[in-house]
Design a protein around this ligand. Structure first.
Ligand code: SF4
Length: 583
């Protein structure tokens, strides 16, 4: 079924090391794109259609959660917040005779808020690209209605073709083992069950596909291959008339090379379904292009083809995830562009090559870049006596561990305690940014003054008063410990300032309004070498004018920055005495 329960003892792969259909497709497009985007985690520009596509999916699934037999077309969008079991079925004269009016009205109710929320998310994204106002919100709202029209075709087909047995089972309360999201928790006879022929309201309920619940975290409903190396999240799975249909929703017209990926993606999903359902092969695979209202049927692979897809993905996992890979294992080797017209209809391929439209062309030898990353070991800025020694990006160490004593501790109710530690004749503040990580507290409970503790993988920095702060985020811990461990360092042994060089991949930009009402802007850069990446970030006024001239592929030196980290990403902070130079 769509969601897999993981036996973590047997999961040798782990949640962050599985392949997905998009990674497999990226690898096939060009191994070097995979290197940039998956190994170095470079983000392509986050344009409005990416966010609007998510908005469409959310709006459609919110309406699919509802029932025209329970929710009036003009009901508020909070109508389901108490669950569907608390709603009384509508009287027949309250039910829309034409459900098209009902779902169009429900889209109209949901769309403005969802769209506004996505606009905010896009605005807050430091890697946003494009212009929100270049896109017609009305077009995207219409795509939601189109998706529901396409769903309604399934409902009407079901109403005409449902067997007496399936209808009776549903009326008697039989459900799928994993229910389609409908906000019901009760079992037994369905409150919308009737007698006689299948009513349209019943058909809506029975046809409801499994889909990604919009109230659950993104990518939390993955299906996982039994051997753990592949995962995927189906958009919708229809499961009536003893038939399985997997559907992928696309808020687009289906034109261009990318449509080829969707074909491959659905074939991979057929494999995934089969391998997680005792060999059952889905009956149909469809991409729904909402921009043109077309359902594109994808040929369902047979058992031999499914086995072949499985073995290809496993082989790929072994070569790029099961072992460490370097840039040389991911050659600039673009595949030919594919041609598709509206509705994902295959046509002759366009002229030109993939590198012409590649976002990484100025970094890559396939475009105007190269793989000759200069090894700069030291740098002397023009006109300065001092020469700075530089650290390789992959050798930047933002985290430290140390053994120390709690000097003072103040409990703060449900918030993390305020802690001051002492070591080597000095003090440092503990700044607990993340109280929990993977469901566990990041610090031991019951800590007291005088306890001996280990700070594990904390991030050291100095604040504007020159005081040392040790930050605890999800990858750090504070635990009681009588003894230090190997690698623990002293309070004054960490390196506070770092220098390095790197090639510009792209710039980032964030802004907002602070608590005091003052606007703020933070600008950043993502730099890379042939091995690793680092994000450099600072307040708008900390950057020299050079920042505004930087382009992808420029080589720069960054001097005198402090380090920070989030998860596996290393971040450098541009501060008052930091500087950057083009080399
Ligand atoms: S520029 Fe060409 S070779 Fe390089 S990553 Fe892009 S598609 Fe691949």
């Amino acid at each position: 079924m769509p969601v897999s329960i993981i036996d973590s003892d047997k999961d040798h792969v782990g949640p962050f090391n599985r392949l997905s259909a998009s990674q497999v497709n990226t690898w096939k497009e060009c191994p070097r794109i995979w290197w940039y985007q998956n190994k170095l985690r470079l983000k392509f520009a986050q344009t409005p259609p990416l966010f609007l596509g998510r908005a469409v999916e959310e709006c459609v699934t919110r309406v699919l959660l509802e029932s025209p037999g329970l929710v009036a077309k003009n009901a508020p969008t909070t109508v389901m917040s108490g669950g569907a079991d608390t709603l009384l079925p509508l009287y027949d004269d309250e039910i829309e005779t034409d459900l098209r009016n009902w779902y169009s009205a429900r889209v109209e109710a949901y769309w403005p808020d969802i769209c506004e929320q996505m606009h905010k998310e896009w605005e807050a994204n430091p890697r946003k690209g494009g212009n929100w106002h270049d896109y017609s919100m009305e077009d995207y709202q219409n795509m939601c209605v189109t998706a529901l029209e396409m769903h309604f075709e399934e409902v009407l087909t079901l109403q005409k073709s449902i067997s007496d047995g399936e209808l009776a089972d549903w009326r008697n309360g039989k459900t799928h083992q994993i229910r389609s999201p409908d906000r019901r928790t009760q079992s037994g006879t369905h409150p919308l069950a009737r007698t006689g022929d299948c009513h349209i309201v019943e058909a809506w309920e029975i046809a409801r596909p499994w889909f990604v619940d919009p109230d659950l975290e993104q990518f939390s409903q993955n299906a996982i291959h039994p051997e753990y190396w592949f995962q995927g999240e189906y958009d919708m799975v229809y499961r009536h008339n003893s038939k399985i249909k997997i559907v992928d929703l696309k808020a687009s017209k289906g034109v261009g090379d990318r449509s080829g990926n969707y074909v491959e993606q659905l074939k991979m999903y057929a494999m995934l379904w089969s391998k997680t359902h005792d060999g059952e092969i889905p009956d149909s695979l469809e991409v729904w292009y909402l921009g043109v209202g077309k359902k594109k049927k994808i040929e369902v692979p047979n058992i031999e083809e499914i086995d072949q897809i499985e073995s290809e993905i496993e082989k790929l996992w072994n070569s790029i995830k099961g072992q460490d890979v370097g840039i040389e294992d991911c050659p600039p080797s673009p595949s030919a562009l594919r041609g598709f017209s509206e509705g994902g209809v295959q046509i002759d391929p366009p002229s030109g090559i993939r590198c012409d439209m590649c976002e990484w062309a100025k970094l890559c030898p396939g475009g105007s870049g190269n793989d000759d990353y200069p090894k700069v070991e030291s740098y002397q800025p023009n006109g300065q006596m001092k020469s700075y020694s530089l650290t390789n990006i992959e050798d930047l160490i933002p985290r430290i561990s140390m053994h120390c004593e709690i000097f003072s501790i103040t409990q703060n109710g449900d918030d993390p305690p305020s802690i001051l530690i002492q070591k080597d004749g000095g003090n440092a503040f503990i700044k607990i940014i993340s109280k929990q990580s993977e469901g566990q507290l990041t610090y031991d409970e019951g800590l007291q003054k005088g306890d001996l503790v280990r700070l594990v993988n904390v991030i050291p920095s100095t604040n504007w008063k020159g005081e040392i702060e040790l930050k605890i985020n999800p990858h750090a811990r504070l635990v009681k410990a009588d003894e230090p461990e190997e690698g623990d360092i002293g309070l004054f042994d960490f390196k506070a300032r770092w220098n390095f060089s790197g090639r510009v991949a792209y710039t980032t930009y964030k802004y907002g309004i602070g608590k005091s009402g003052k606007p703020w802007v933070r600008k950043g850069l993502v730099l890379l070498n042939n091995n690793a990446r680092v994000t450099v970030e600072g307040w708008d006024n900390s950057w020299p004018p050079l920042y505004n001239t930087l382009q992808q592929g420029d080589e720069i030196v960054v001097l005198n920055v402090s380090l920070d980290a989030w998860a596996v990403d290393v971040k450098a902070n541009i501060e008052k005495n930091s500087s950057i130079y083009r080399i």
